[in-house]
Design a binder for this molecule. Structure first.
Ligand code: ADP
Length: 328
């Protein structure tokens, strides 16, 4: 039996992964897998609460799995699978729905933001998204959830749902904590008041799978300030943060000194940063290409993950149904 504490997190298969996803979540997944019993899911049910093309969904799921494996998640160390392969998640969601006050969901900032992004499709799934997320996490009685800053409010709600359940039916779920990186919120390259996100268009982010030429073009268009001395603007702060984590240490030091002296040329900084990002993700791109030729292996990883996850999910559901009086 595995005695390590459990970690759960998931990402939606809804398009490319960008360096914000990597620095806010995925980088941490890779680091945590050595220390914890990790469950990393492809949240396909969450993703259908947004706009999507059913013809593309299967490829998006396979692409995200490839990304997980190519970035370094090891199926020997962690359980990787697709949310809809474990139907207990939606079953537990329904039970949690009956103990979650609507007022809690109405406060969620992601719901408010996404309602603006998809104003013609404000569906019930979008509203209930955090409850499904709570079911994902609590199903495995996770100790921690590695996420970016935008998800902290949802993890707080997950803790509340655990508390509501425990208070009503007896101690069942631990209250999970959020685990954030030193870069929990990477900002958009073209609008530093917004977080980097797929929903703000491809110019706002660098994809971890972008080809070198595309990375160079996107970095060229990144906004900066006019290079005076003193405090950094949010745009330049964001670029320096990227350089600090993804760049060569000497680049970071060099440009920081130039910025302090007021002699910085942002064109040069963006060029150096583009090159450093290209280098940083070169091994990932190579590994991904290699895995693209092995779809059977990728499917097998998901199937083994689903088998393992289902065993735990069944146990949790048995316990939950007994506690709420639904076992005949
Ligand atoms: P998106 O917001 O691009 O649709 P997801 O909702 O699929 O991305 O997020 C997947 C993970 O990446 C979550 O843990 C989320 O908190 C994290 N994340 C998303 N955007 C950023 C960002 N700009 N900076 C840091 N982390 C982020």
């Amino acid at each position: 039996m595995n005695t390590k504490q459990r970690i759960f997190s998931a990402i939606q298969p809804s398009g490319e992964l960008h360096i914000g996803n990597y620095l806010g979540a995925l980088k941490n997944f890779v680091e945590l897998q050595d220390k914890y019993d990790c469950f990393f899911f492809i949240a396909d049910y969450h993703s259908i609460s947004g706009e999507y093309d059913p013809q593309k969904k299967k490829k998006q799921i396979m692409d995200l799995t490839l990304n997980f494996l190519a970035i370094g998640l090891d199926p020997e160390k962690c359980t990787i699978t697709v949310q809809s392969q474990v139907p207990e998640h939606t079953e537990l969601t329904w039970i949690f729905n009956t103990i979650t006050p609507i007022s809690e969901l109405q406060r969620m900032t992601q719901f408010k933001d996404k309602s603006q992004d998809q104003e013609k499709n404000i569906n019930m799934g979008l509203f209930d998204y955090p409850v499904l997320q709570a079911a994902d996490i609590l199903m495995y009685k996770a100790y921690g959830v590695p996420v970016g800053q935008d998800q902290i409010q949802h993890i707080e709600l997950t803790r509340k749902i655990a508390r509501f359940f425990n208070n009503k039916f007896g101690k069942t779920f631990p209250e999970p904590k959020d685990i954030i990186t030193e870069t929990p919120k990477i900002m958009s390259l073209i609008d530093p008041t917004k977080k980097m996100s797929k929903s703000h268009g491809p110019k706002s982010y660098v994809g971890i799978n972008d080809e070198p030429e595309i990375i160079k073009q996107k970095m060229k268009k990144a906004v900066t300030d006019i290079g005076t001395t003193g405090k950094m603007t949010p745009a330049t702060e964001n670029l320096f943060l990227l350089l600090k984590i993804l760049g060569k240490p000497e680049h970071y030091k060099e440009f920081l000194v130039q910025h302090k002296k007021g002699i910085i040329k942002y064109g040069q900084l963006k060029e150096a940063l583009a090159d450093d990002i290209i280098n940083y993700f070169t091994p990932f791109r190579a590994k991904r290409k290699e895995l693209e030729s092995k779809p059977e292996y990728v499917k097998e990883v998901l199937a083994i993950g689903a088998d393992h996850a289902r065993k735990i999910a069944r146990e949790t559901m048995r316990e939950v149904k007994e506690k709420i009086g639904l076992v005949l």
